[in-house]
Design a protein around this ligand. Structure first.
Ligand SMILES: Cc1cc2nc3c(=O)[nH]c(=O)nc-3n(C[C@H](O)[C@H](O)[C@H](O)COP(=O)(O)O)c2cc1C
Length: 202
């Protein structure tokens, strides 16, 4: 079968992407709005850009249903900093609760009962229970497309990393201690429980 993006619906393009580009890690992003009110939301269009400068990226989409940008995007445009909190098995339900479409200015920290912790290099609070939290300064935003279905790529330079002591051992992260979760399609998630190794060619 061959499908051309121009000949299928946006809903089909979306379902193809989320059903085939997976499992996706989850950035649990905290930000502040113009009045300094905290916001927290998960984004699974998320990855590493590079390690020098240490840079992460995530992508808020413009939902076709509302045609209105998600709160996180205007927040980071207005106050150019955010925290990428890593979501693990113990926080996955709270993370999901923070994806509720609350009105702008209403805190998902409060809504989902997520305890905040003070950050060191940014004003944005981080998630106290997150095993890892990356304090970031906005590096740039690249808008892709326009209107419903479009997206923006938000790059953040990491200024400070909070990581549980037990997760940084001799310069490595023991995976069994992190217990990350990955997003699949629909409401499905994956644990990382079946790991195998493959040596790279010399
Ligand atoms: C696990 C998970 C991953 C998500 N990933 C994305 C994503 O990558 N991009 C996006 O626009 N929305 C994503 N969403 C939906 C947003 O989290 C949701 O629209 C949220 O209300 C946005 O919050 P905000 O308006 O406070 O920024 C995801 C939801 C969940 C539960």
């Amino acid at each position: 079968m061959m499908l051309r993006p121009a000949e299928i619906s946006n809903a089909d393009r979306y379902r193809l992407l989320i059903g085939t580009v997976l499992p996706r890690p989850i950035a649990w992003v905290s930000s502040l709005d113009a009045e300094g009110r905290p916001n927290l939301a998960p984004f699974s269009y998320f990855t590493v850009a590079c390690s020098d400068p240490m840079t992460l990226l995530f992508c808020p989409q413009m939902p076709a249903a509302t045609g209105r940008a998600k709160d996180t995007l205007p927040n980071v445009r207005e106050r150019p900093e955010f925290v990428v909190n890593i979501c693990d098995e113990s926080t996955v339900e709270a993370m999901n609760a923070t994806s509720a479409p609350l009105p702008p200015g209403r805190s998902e920290f409060e809504h989902a009962g997520v305890a905040p912790a003070e950050s060191v290099t940014v004003f944005v609070p981080r998630v106290a229970a997150a095993p890892v939290a990356y304090e970031c300064r906005l590096q740039r935003i690249v808008d892709v497309g326009e209107g419903p279905g479009s997206g923006s790529v938000v790059f953040g330079e990491v200024l400070c990393v909070h990581i549980r002591d037990a997760l940084w051992v001799d310069g490595k992260v023991p995976l069994e201690g992190l217990r990350p979760v990955g997003r699949l399609a629909g409401n499905a998630y994956a644990r990382v429980t079946d790991v195998f190794e493959l040596r790279r060619p010399d």
